[in-house]
Design a protein around this ligand. Structure first.
Ligand SMILES: Nc1nc2c(ncn2[C@@H]2O[C@H](COP(=O)(O)OP(=O)(O)OP(=O)(O)O)[C@@H](O)[C@H]2O)c(=O)[nH]1
Ligand SMILES: [Mg+2]
Length: 378
């Protein structure tokens, strides 16, 4: 069994893949490592496969398209205890492989080669990626997942086989690169960084800035329901209930400014929208947890231990009853005025918001409890 496997995804890189394989093998020899090179191809139409094999690589063939698919196959076929991944466009210096392996030997579970902390040769990274795309996506990844990567989109990385098997990766496109780092953070892996040098590529880029940037962004947001749903939901509920409560008794006059029920109408809409987001967020978190894609969350665990369908239904029914009660009060006032024109908009808005919120809670609790149903097969 080799100690180190270098896995290179390759889509039509006939000009460079052979050189990459040779450089990796030269690095093994120089550092006295027992290594293999696996080239992961899924549909190259040029001479890449032949070039890779000729240079001494084992070629793994995957039928499904995509950068992630190629890696899933290539890494599955790698046999080394340490796995290093890099591009096959000769933009990473494969002579740096032993430096990454050394970090793994020192105890890291994963090592990221950082171009932004290292050297980027002129013409290697377009301005848009260097100063806009990469910093924004890396910053957002760190913010959403509590990480401290300096170059989340680096293609030169290393990890131990054992660490990789714990990550359970599954995305098929370019977002594989983000998924790997997010999963490493959630699994609590020890991630180290080493500065590396990035060179200009030969041959045509496979990266489509906006399509692939959006794939990364979309993936990060979907994996982070707290930021996508829960925080905006809570904010909207607060913004909504504030005017509903403050203006319940009558308008507020600030100097010459008259704050009246119009704000309650907006408030009602915001409060309902906020609750909707909150409930969607809880469902999203529960779904991710059920698929093993959510970092253990003590707050959610607490909520789950308290939640039962009956409790959710009870709270929903209380809110619904409160709303209907207020509605009934309006009817009484109306009857007292012999069913003539009355102005009960303030109470009406509160009644409406409460009863719709209650109804939403009743149905959402039922939906959430679906996740808790266990069947005989499970
Ligand atoms: N097998 C396979 N390899 C792919 C696929 N897409 C990209 N690659 C390879 O993945 C590596 C990264 O793709 P690049 O086009 O270099 O993307 P990048 O490095 O982010 O962008 P550049 O800076 O333009 O090189 C290269 O070695 C590609 O050949 C794919 O669908 N299948
Ligand atoms: Mg590249």
């Amino acid at each position: 069994m080799p100690q180190v496997s270098v896995v290179l995804p390759c889509l039509n890189e006939e000009r460079t893949v052979g050189a990459c394989v040779r450089k990796a093998r030269a690095a093994f020899a120089a550092a006295g490592l027992d290594g293999e090179v696996v080239v992961a191809d899924n549909g190259s139409t040029d001479r890449s496969v032949a070039m890779a094999a000729e240079a001494g690589a084992r070629v793994a063939h995957e039928s499904r398209r995509g950068y992630g698919s190629a890696y899933l196959k290539g890494i599955a076929e790698a046999r080394g205890q340490y796995i290093v991944i890099a591009d096959s466009d000769d933009t990473y210096d494969l002579g740096e492989v032993p430096a990454l392996v050394a970090e793994l030997r020192k105890g890291a579970d994963m090592v990221l080669g950082s171009r932004l902390r290292g050297t980027i040769k002129p013409g290697a990274m377009p301005w848009l990626h260097r100063y806009v795309g990469n910093p924004i996506l890396t910053g957002l990844l760190n913010l959403l997942f509590g990480l401290r990567a300096s170059d989340a989109h680096t293609g030169l990385r290393a990890f131990t086989r054992e660490a990789y098997d714990r990550l359970n990766l599954r995305t098929t496109g370019m977002e594989f690169a983000s998924e790997m780092i997010i999963a490493a953070g959630q699994a609590g892996l020890k991630v180290a960084e080493v500065p590396i040098t990035y060179y200009p590529r030969a041959g045509e880029s496979k990266l489509r800035s906006f399509r692939d940037g959006w794939r990364h962004l979309r993936y990060m947001l979907l994996r982070s329901p707290t930021h996508l749903f829960l925080l905006p939901g809570v904010l909207l509920m607060v913004l909504g209930w504030l005017p509903l409560i403050a203006l319940a008794g009558g308008p507020i006059v600030v100097g010459s400014y008259f704050i009246d029920f119009h704000y309650m109408i907006v408030g009602s809409a915001l409060a309902l929208l906020g609750l909707q987001l909150l409930l969607l967020g809880l469902s999203a978190k529960t779904y991710l947890a059920a698929r093993g894609l959510e970092r253990p969350d003590p707050w959610l665990a607490w909520l789950r231990s308290r939640f039962s369908l009956e409790r959710g239904l009870l709270i929903g029914l209380i809110l619904l009853a409160a709303g209907l009660g207020l509605g009934a009060k309006i009817v009484v006032v109306w009857a007292e005025h012999h069913f003539e024109n009355i102005f009960e908009l303030r109470t009406g808005l509160i009644a409406l918001t409460l009863s719709v919120s209650g109804t939403q809670l009743i149905f959402s609790s039922s939906f959430l409890s679906l996740f808790g149903i266990t069947t005989r097969e499970e």
